[in-house]
Design a protein around this ligand. Structure first.
Ligand code: FE2
Length: 255
């Protein structure tokens, strides 16, 4: 087993190590964040329940009161479960985590994503203070409108001069009840990757850029993770999260 303290993610070496059956656990957060989110067996149970749902699903629909209405087709790529420990041969995981993601079928994402006040942008590690409206057609972002953060996001993506940078990348939802929406504001930007934001319970994690990690054709180096609160995610018409809360019985944490 390899404990990855530096971040081999997206490297050919990582694929080679995993291919040999070696487990990898990535851990690069500060000690207090690792302690806050020590993985529990129940995290795996709920994340793998989400994984099974995604493997069987053909369509995902995401909505929000702020105006998000995005539809994607599923099935071309396998989901990526992250539950915080590497317990099986060839399994890669990340401590801390606790969320599920997958990639839309290439070219299938259509609709609108409204990144609302309090949603977050990575790698900038900023909370959004003015809504950003993304119009998405045939798998790619066609416009980015709003205030300062919209301009910053647009300038960042445009700076790569790469059409692949505008694609929709992994999408999924958070299942970690010990991750905090407030985490990003609590510590220095250089001290944390921001796993609180990516994993917090009930989020919708939207992202832009590559899908080569999943086996797709887009290997853009520009990748933006966008954890969003107060979204509703459904699979083939069945609600999984509603308004930022997990409702699927096999993934819900009882109060
Ligand atoms: Fe990402």
């Amino acid at each position: 087993m390899v404990v990855d303290l530096m971040g081999l993610l997206h490297s050919p070496e990582q694929a080679e190590i995993l291919g040999a059956g070696t487990r990898i656990l990535m851990a690069v957060e500060p000690p207090e964040v690792l302690a806050q989110m020590i993985p529990l067996p129940g995290d795996k149970t709920r994340v793998m329940a989400a994984d099974a749902r995604l493997r069987a699903a053909k369509k995902m629909h995401i909505t929000s009161a702020a105006g998000t209405d995005l539809r994607v087709d599923l099935g071309q790529f396998k989901p990526l479960p992250e539950y915080g420990f590497a317990d099986e041969p060839g399994h890669w995981d990340h401590w801390p985590s606790g969320f599920i993601s997958t990639w839309p079928n290439e070219g299938s994402a259509n609709g609108r994503v409204v990144i609302d006040v309090g949603d977050m942008l990575f790698p900038f590690k900023m909370y959004v203070s003015t809504p950003i409206v993304l119009e998405i057609r045939d798998g790619s972002i066609r416009s980015i409108e709003g205030g300062f953060e919209a301009k910053y996001l647009r300038k960042h993506i445009e700076s790569y001069r790469d059409p692949g940078a505008f694609a929709v990348s992994h999408i999924g939802w958070g299942l970690q009840p010990r991750a905090k929406w407030t985490g990003l504001g609590m510590r220095d930007k250089s001290q944390s990757l921001g796993m609180d934001a990516r994993a917090y319970y009930g989020n919708f994690l939207f992202s832009t850029g590559p899908n080569a990690e999943a086996g797709g054709t887009n290997n853009s180096p520009c990748h933006v993770d966008i954890p969003m609160a107060a979204c509703s995610v459904s699979l083939d018409g069945e609600p999984i999260t509603v308004n930022g809360d997990v409702v699927a019985a096999d993934q819900r944490v009882s109060a």
